[in-house]
Write a protein that binds this ligand. Structure first.
Ligand SMILES: Cc1cc2nc3c(=O)[nH]c(=O)nc-3n(C[C@H](O)[C@H](O)[C@H](O)COP(=O)(O)OP(=O)(O)OC[C@H]3O[C@@H](n4cnc5c(N)ncnc54)[C@H](O)[C@@H]3O)c2cc1C
Length: 458
């Protein structure tokens, strides 16, 4: 049996059902675990209270608390991981495969240095890049046939738990103690912050267990932002504090879980697309015909959108909630993305970037997929002429105005009808319009026509 392995943790910040750890502990006597606070990523984060850093940091604290063996490094992993591997004299370095373009480029260099000592394993998805292809060998471009093929390809082994032998995880004997244990968050240049959800694998599992009894009502409740109708697991899936296999296994124990499983397959679909079409990560549209649209929207409208001051109550409530928490309900993500692109006529790439900077669950593949879907530039795009009416969306999905009242308090006393549109039909103020609520910055009906014209241009 080979001697010592190093597991490099990245987007798999847990100990349960962990492919890399299971493989390393099955084949090695001694396993070390390390995480790198990657300065190539961190140096680009201007907000020193970045919630994601806090989430990662707290999740690592839990791993170290449970193992007393975590090594943390701060710097460029391309330099640090090969150096650590040599210092620890490991024969194998295992990490979960990551299909983000940056991660692929990073791993390529690490592999060139470590040669075949470095290996990556499939962990954060059930199916990746080339595992589900059309009959002609090319990737699917539309979700429904992809999801059908995905379901047909699945065997119980795909969801099997990968159980590590945690007794094999050992602290390094020859390393200075400064690198054992988690760095204080301030030492890597960030500050602790408040999170709306608990971090770490124990909290993730609890969240899954709390959600399971409601899974059969998911189809019914999932569109109402004031209900706790969705799992809230996206952050945990993003950072791997829960295993995707565990989610599927748990869902399969419950009746009526198909719809929720379909959402997990959307995640697989968008990862498959990004892996096969990496240009999506560089701002290219999925539908080439929409690449060169000249979005005429203006910076003042973009600022109003970000601040939740558009005069469209549901949009404003969503954007204010987002600013305060770093999270947004899926229905609202679609509403605000559609509003930015089809009402304000602003390039979806700006919205995508703002989400990327602030979403606690930011995931390049899903964020890009969601934005391009909403902007009608993406895979399986809505026809561009099907445009959400933000007032009707509000009446339909926040019918009692509960969510709006919570986040736009200046509208809280309005009745259940006018809360969705506290103006005359043409957008002028009424005697009841609260003085401190802004006028609508655009007229939906007019903007809709302009959006359609944009897409029609050659
Ligand atoms: C404009 C826009 C941007 C988005 N950006 C992201 C992002 O950066 N990261 C992210 O994880 N999701 C993103 N989504 C998808 C979706 O909004 C979130 O996954 C969902 O709101 C998370 O809430 P939940 O965990 O309660 O989801 P649930 O409804 O409980 O769904 C379970 C899981 O399925 C996955 N999922 C659900 N819906 C989608 C979807 N439409 N696309 C891909 N995966 C999905 C998520 O991993 C989610 O945790 C985006 C959607 C839009 C429209």
């Amino acid at each position: 049996m080979p001697n010592t392995a190093l597991v490099w943790l990245r987007r798999d910040l847990r100990l349960r059902d962990h492919t890399a750890l299971a493989q390393a502990t099955a084949t090695h006597e001694t396993v070390h675990i390390a995480f790198v606070y990657d300065t190539n990523i961190l140096d680009q984060l201007t907000n020193k209270h970045d919630r994601r850093l806090h989430f990662i940091h707290q999740s690592l604290e839990e791993i170290h608390r449970k193992t007393s063996c975590l090594i943390t490094l701060h710097g460029d992993p391309i330099e640090l991981i090969p150096r650590l591997a040599d210092e620890l004299k490991v024969d194998t370095i295992i990490a979960a495969h990551d299909d983000d373009p940056y991660a692929l480029a990073r791993d390529k260099v690490v592999r060139s240095k470590l040669q075949d000592r470095f290996t990556t394993v499939l962990d954060h998805l059930i199916r990746e890049k080339n595992q589900i292809l059309k009959d002609d060998g090319t990737p699917y471009r539309v979700f429904t046939p992809y999801s059908r093929a995905w379901r047909n390809s699945i065997t119980p082994n795909d969801f099997r738990e990968r159980t590590p032998d945690l007794t094999k995880i050992k602290p390094p004997s020859q390393l200075d103690t400064g690198r054992l244990g988690n760095h204080p968050i301030t030492k890597i240049g960030f500050e602790p912050t408040e999170l709306w959800l608990a971090s770490g694998e124990d909290a993730a599992l609890q969240r899954l267990q709390d959600f399971l009894p409601q899974i059969c009502a998911y189809s019914h409740n999932r569109n109402d932002p004031s209900k706790n109708g969705t799992s809230g697991l996206s952050v945990h899936l993003r950072f791997g504090t829960i295993s995707i296999r565990e989610c599927f296994r748990a869902a399969q124990t419950q009746p009526g879980s198909t719809k929720w499983e379909t959402e997990l397959i959307w995640r697989e679909f968008y990862h498959m697309l990004l892996a096969n079409f990496p240009e999506l990560g560089e701002g290219k549209t999925f539908q080439p015909s929409t690449n060169d649209i000249k979005w005429p929207g203006n910076p003042a409208h973009f600022e109003a959108w970000k601040a939740g001051q558009t005069g469209y109550p549901l949009v404003d409530a969503a954007m204010r909630c987002f600013k305060a928490t770093g999270w947004m309900h899926n229905r609202l993500r679609m509403v605000v993305a559609m509003f930015l692109t089809k009402d304000l006529l602003i390039d979806w790439r700006l919205g995508e970037q703002y989400f990327a900077e602030n979403l606690l669950d930011f995931d390049l593949a899903s964020n890009n997929g969601g934005w391009q879907w909403s902007a009608s530039t993406g895979a399986d795009a809505q026809p561009y002429f099907r445009i959400f009416n933000p007032i009707l969306q509000s009446e339909k999905f926040d019918s009692q105005g509960t969510f709006i009242r919570e986040w736009v308090p200046e509208l809280a006393t309005l009745d259940n009808k006018s809360i969705h549109w506290p103006f005359q039909p043409d957008g002028t103020r009424t005697l009841e319009t609260p003085l401190n609520y802004p006028d609508p910055i655009v007229v939906h009906k007019d903007q809709k026509d302009k959006a359609i014209a944009l897409f029609k241009k050659p």
